[in-house]
Design a protein around this ligand. Structure first.
Ligand SMILES: Nc1ncnc2c1ncn2[C@@H]1O[C@H](COP(=O)(O)OP(=O)(O)OP(=O)(O)O)[C@@H](O)[C@H]1O
Ligand SMILES: [Mg+2]
Length: 225
């Protein structure tokens, strides 16, 4: 295993502007190529943890490096560069409903100034991966919830991110569809990505035996597997 962890978090404390301490001194290391579930009751701090990892939320104290970027001292430019290396997937997929599936996946690539010539191929490959090649010219509202979430996975992976952060990506799906969506994330890990997935669904943990980090009231109470 690579001795330098992809994520090195030591005694990280996070406070919202309201003063609420959402994480109270979390220490953990995640290595490249791991698949990690993050579980815990509602309000435990799962979303807060994921937001910290792509620089969407600052740490109030402690030490946090992600892919070699020290998020407590990095310039905003370095944080933006880190964000480009992260693929983020949310429960409410956040697809643009007035845009086609192609555009939803291509727009973030355009923003990052990917060469146009390679873009179409990237979009096609990502859609093929999630089994939705035929949906390329569809609008998201003509797809099922599971299919929309698979488009969100395709969008995240098209940028070939080092780190995939998925915040309850199966929260709105039935169990069979949740299994299918999680399988794609596991497959991405097998291809070399590091995947961190927050979930409420304990059945999924049994279906995909992996490292499980349990948060409770803003602290890590268990880290196994
Ligand atoms: N924007 C915010 N402002 C103030 N407090 C917040 C904010 N977002 C979250 N919190 C608080 O921080 C704590 C952790 O919230 P977080 O959203 O990380 O929990 P979670 O584990 O993701 O919960 P859920 O399973 O409901 O998504 C909670 O006490 C929550 O009320
Ligand atoms: Mg949450």
């Amino acid at each position: 295993m690579d001795p330098t962890p992809l994520i090195d978090m030591q005694q990280v404390l996070t406070r919202y502007p309201s003063g609420r301490i959402a994480l109270g001194g979390v220490t953990l290391r995640i290595h490249r190529g791991e698949f990690v579930f993050v579980v815990g009751e509602s309000g435990a701090g799962k979303s807060t943890l994921l937001s910290l990892l792509y620089g969407a939320l600052p740490a109030a104290s402690g030490h946090l490096t992600v892919a070699g970027v020290d998020l407590r001292t990095a310039k905003s430019r370095a944080v933006r560069a880190l964000r480009r290396q992260c693929g983020v997937i949310f429960q409410d997929h956040r697809l643009l409903f007035r845009r086609t599936v192609f555009e939803n996946i291509a727009l973030p690539l355009q923003v990052q100034r990917h060469p146009k010539a390679r873009m179409v191929g990237r979009v096609e490959a990502a859609l093929a991966f999630v089994g939705l090649s035929d949906a390329i010219w569809s609008y998201p509202d003509t797809l099922s919830g599971g299919e929309q979430q698979r488009v969100a996975i395709a969008r995240a992976m098209a940028r070939q991110p080092k780190l995939i952060l998925a915040d309850e990506p199966t929260g709105n799906l039935d169990y069979d569809t949740a299994l299918q969506v999680t399988r794609y994330l596991v497959e991405l890990q097998r291809k070399g990505s590091t995947v961190i997935m927050a979930t409420h669904d304990l059945q999924l943990l049994e279906a995909f035996p992996s490292r499980v980090i349990t948060l409770h009231a803003g602290a890590v109470v268990e880290d196994r597997g």
